[in-house]
Design a protein around this ligand. Structure first.
Ligand code: B16
Ligand code: MG
Length: 212
């Protein structure tokens, strides 16, 4: 069936902000004396801020009250936003702008399906927000990836079904969410990590809309 919409994850698909999340979480884990590796970081990709903090605390066997957790999330987000401050359109990942504009000129709808509460700010900084028919971000959902809520809501906002859409994801949790929702999924990254994706490419520069 011809694709009617592409739903893009943001961090790690459209823009390389995944490295900023890693640096900010690493700084927080260091401050708590919790060892934190890039391998563990793979498990945080696509996962909400609160669920990410819970995972880090559990790796450190640390239990904190809810007020302290809120303070830590605010601190992490402040450090993250310091990095985001510097984001410009030049930080879009390879192929992103070309793929988005190819969708627009071929009447394929474009949606965002991101867990981030900072998504609108980042799309504005990238100067691509006008290209999106639907934006579903961390402020609109209650269930974090790997739950499919974010992608199902994007499809619904466009009056489409999962079978009409292809999801682009860089995270294990995001690929799981797409497949659980009944979507086709293109993984962006390493095929040995994104094993559930229907196809994996290294960036949006390595795939054409006509191949979907
Ligand atoms: P924020 P995505 C996700 O965005 C990130 O991959 C994940 O690392 C982050 O914890 C989550 O957003 C929440 O982000 O703290 O900015 O609300 O990959 O789903 O676009
Ligand atoms: Mg991502």
């Amino acid at each position: 069936m011809a694709v009617k919409a592409c739903i893009f994850d943001m961090d790690g698909v459209i823009v390389d902000t995944a490295k900023f999340h890693f640096k900010a979480w690493q700084r927080l884990a260091d401050s708590l004396g919790i060892p934190f590796t890039e391998h563990q970081n793979e498990q945080l990709k696509g996962v909400s801020r609160v669920d990410s903090l819970e995972k880090i605390l559990s790796w450190g066997n640390l239990e904190l009250n809810s007020q302290k957790k809120i303070e830590l999330m605010e601190l992490k987000n402040k450090w993250y936003l310091d990095f985001v401050e510097e984001v410009t359109p030049a930080d879009m990942l390879p192929g992103t702008f070309g793929f988005l504009t190819a969708c627009k000129s071929n009447d394929v709808k474009v949606a965002l399906g991101s867990s981030s509460k900072n998504a609108i700010l980042i799309l504005e900084k990238l100067e691509i927000i006008h290209l999106f028919d639907s934006i579903v971000d961390g402020n609109k959902i209650t269930l974090s990836k790997p739950n499919p809520e974010v992608f199902l809501r994007a499809a619904r906002e466009m009056d489409l079904t999962p079978a009409d859409c292809v999801v682009f994801e860089d995270a294990i949790s995001g690929v799981e969410a797409a497949k659980a929702g009944g979507f086709r999924c293109v993984g962006i990254g390493d095929p040995s990590i994104l094993t559930q994706a229907d196809r994996v490419v290294d960036s949006l520069a390595s795939i054409q809309l006509s191949e979907l």
